[in-house]
Design a protein around this ligand. Structure first.
Ligand code: SF4
Length: 226
């Protein structure tokens, strides 16, 4: 059972302060129940050292390059987030193909149901990824390490193309049945890849990341500042 926050589903549907009407609330409940029966959640995470950080060119304005598991990543926001980290967990999660099949079936006859299924599945993969992230935090704690918030390709200036590298390094197809289309979309669509920094320094990170952290204004590692 994946506990999914219904307020997140409403938020994905565009409800901000107002609650949806009774009919929508009922449909959200039904869709969450259908999804719950359709999902086949899987995950993988593995630790890799940060091999090196070096400037891409001579000038100070140049973005540094991070080497992790053979990847060479130029990203100021990821760099900032991983400052002080010696290693990372690379992670992948998925809800399996069930949600995509439900959404495709609903799209033929009940577009409004398809829209709600889409929002509910988006909230559910976040909830599942949070749960896996919780395991990662525990695994890190057992080694005396602290986790930074997870950071996915496509966020900030961390190029989306790195999804391909993460999929290859973690062997996502074989391990959890996730592949990538030519346009970098993950299949099943409700899947996530991310990098989680590991540090000996306790920053006091919150699971939902820097955007929801009260310390982000003054934090040296906040991912939402470059
Ligand atoms: S802002 Fe908060 S969540 Fe983000 S790195 Fe700093 S302490 Fe961690």
């Amino acid at each position: 059972m994946i506990e999914t926050d219904k307020r997140e589903v409403y938020r994905y549907l565009g409800y901000r302060k107002n609650m949806p009407d009774e009919a929508v609330v009922r449909l959200v409940d039904e869709c969450l129940k259908d999804l719950q029966e359709a999902v086949t959640p899987r995950y993988i995470f593995r630790e890799y050292p940060i091999q090196s950080v070096y400037p891409a060119g001579g000038s100070a304005a140049q973005i540094p390059v991070l080497r992790i598991a053979g990847m060479e990543i130029s990203s100021r926001s990821l760099m900032r987030n991983l400052r002080g980290c010696e290693s990372v967990y690379l992670m992948g999660t998925t809800l399996g193909l069930g949600p995509d099949r439900l959404i495709a079936r609903a799209s033929v006859k009940h577009m409004s149901r398809a829209v709600i299924l889409q929002a509910a599945a988006a909230a559910m993969i976040e909830a599942w990824t949070d749960r896996v992230n919780g395991e990662i935090i525990q695994a890190a704690a057992a080694k005396g390490l602290y986790c930074r918030p997870r950071f996915s390709p496509g966020y900030g200036d961390f190029p989306l193309e790195f999804q391909e590298d993460l999929a290859r390094i973690l062997r996502l197809q074989k391990e959890i049945g996730v592949s990538l289309t030519e346009s970098m979309l993950m299949m099943p669509s409700k899947s996530v890849t991310a990098v989680v920094g590991l540090s000996r320094e306790k920053a006091g990170c919150v699971l939902h990341g820097c955007e929801e952290c009260t310390k982000s204004q003054d934090c040296a590692f906040a991912r939402n500042k470059v």
